[in-house]
Design a protein around this ligand. Structure first.
Ligand code: GLY
Length: 427
């Protein structure tokens, strides 16, 4: 089979690498891809939003199915567009992708299907939001969320009334997030550790992946600004069998029942971001695709052919296959350009990748490109390095030994990815 993967980050590199291990896949294309993806796939220079060019390319090259990595084309309806042309594509329809692209829709869905989540109010007018906040305690935390897609920048955790008023003004008044902030949610603040629960689903049945944990803040000990993710590990020791069962019963099954009841066309990946409070899981967010960097930790553990899983999802026969995961742990550390998530310089040569021992370690490229025979930086998150082992401590040790072999000017990475797992209460 021939497959087209749409996207250009570490997540898409992990997806392409998984397809490259499949005995069923003879050719991988990636639009637009990156410097690392080009080693295992043919990068094609088509924008992820140019559905006409993408469908023409798929037809001309007899591509059997397309796999969407990123959320933006899903929110624009790439699945509906491909399916209208009779092309197979893994991902949710535009309506189904609203679970990610509209936080208000997601909240209404959760209320309707009795899925635990923080209490909230939604607002279409800034005056109404500010009026609501007049009665808010000046020191009580509250979360302000933009309704639309905001590339990870749409959530403001505010310390109290004035902070929240200022966030609402920034989002709705100054339009700092553009149209994503036309409406907002004001949400009760819940404190606790977060877990990422991803599932494969064909809209009828589902298969849960090992729970993972992302590190969103830029610096060690969860300090500094939020980023797209500075590292991840899986399976998260915090996700005990008991908790996984509770998440499955209280959340995942209800989401699938809701998808069926609403007749949503959902064939792909659903990411449920969960926060734990007093051991009870609450949904923070839905994403309608693989997470990044979670995918760079998860897919090296997958022990079933991803092409077979996609085939089962596309045929709505996911319940017919058994999906296996290696009984190992993986840890992914993201190497970023100094300055990210703010402005940063690019085009620095990346050195040392040849020194990496690839037996238990994989290098995923995110912001790289090839120029004059050299690999150079081209984005904020540059590389994700993942090591696997039979225990998490050794996976952490291995990954950092390998991280130290790589360098580029102004390279920044967190030194504490997975460290929380080493506390006594995690072991
Ligand atoms: N790791 C968070 C996300 O993929 O949105």
């Amino acid at each position: 089979m021939r497959v087209l993967v749409v996207g250009s980050g570490g997540r898409e590199h992990a997806i392409c690498l998984q397809f490259s291990k499949s005995s069923k896949i003879e050719k991988i294309y990636c639009a637009p891809g990156n410097g690392g993806i080009s080693e295992i796939a043919q990068n094609i220079d088509i924008s992820i939003s140019d559905f006409d060019k993408l469908t023409d390319f798929v037809k001309e090259n007899n591509i059997d199915f397309t796999f969407i990595g990123a959320e933006v084309p899903l929110s624009y309806g790439i699945v509906d567009y491909f399916e209208a042309k009779g092309l197979k594509i893994v991902g949710p329809s535009k309506n189904a992708a609203k679970l990610e692209s509209s936080k208000i829709y997601a909240k209404e869905f959760m209320q309707k299907y009795d899925i635990p989540t923080a209490r909230h109010n939604s607002f279409e007018k800034i005056d109404d939001a500010l009026k609501f906040l007049e009665n808010w305690d000046k020191n009580k935390k509250i979360v302000v969320k933009a309704d639309g897609l905001a590339a990870g920048k749409g959530v403001y955790v505010c310390d109290g009334r004035e902070d929240a008023r200022s966030a609402a003004k920034q989002i709705m008044g100054n339009k700092v997030l553009g149209d994503a902030g036309t409406s907002i949610i004001l949400e009760e603040y819940i404190n606790g550790p977060e877990l990422s629960y991803l599932i494969f689903t064909d809209g009828i049945s589902y298969s849960m992946m090992p729970a993972s944990q992302d590190h969103k803040r830029l610096n060690d000990n969860d300090r500094g600004p939020n980023t797209g993710g500075m590292g991840a590990y899986a399976p998260a020791p915090l996700a005990t069998q008991k908790l996984n069962k509770k998440v499955e019963t209280d959340i995942i099954r209800k989401v699938i029942n809701g998808i069926k009841a609403e007749k949503l066309n959902y064939k792909g990946i659903l990411y449920v971001g969960v926060i734990l409070n007093n051991s009870s899981p609450y949904v923070l967010e839905f994403n309608c695709r693989f997470g990044d960097p979670e995918t760079q930790a998860l897919l090296p553990l997958l022990d079933t052919d991803l092409a077979d899983i996609c085939g089962a999802v596309l045929d709505r026969k996911l319940s017919n296959i058994k999906i296996d995961w290696k009984k190992e742990f993986s840890v992914c550390v993201v190497l970023a350009s100094g300055g990210y998530p703010g402005s940063f310089e690019k085009a620095f040569e990346i050195k040392g990748l040849d020194n990496i021992n690839c037996k238990y370690t994989t290098v995923f490229h995110a912001g790289t490109k090839r120029k004059d025979g050299k690999l150079i930086t081209s984005g904020g998150r540059v590389l994700g390095i993942t090591s696997t082992s039979d225990n998490i401590k050794s996976a952490i040790n291995k990954v950092y030994l390998n991280v130290k072999l790589v360098s580029f000017k102004n390279m920044h990475y967190r030194k504490d990815i997975g460290k929380a797992c080493l506390n006594d209460n995690y072991t």
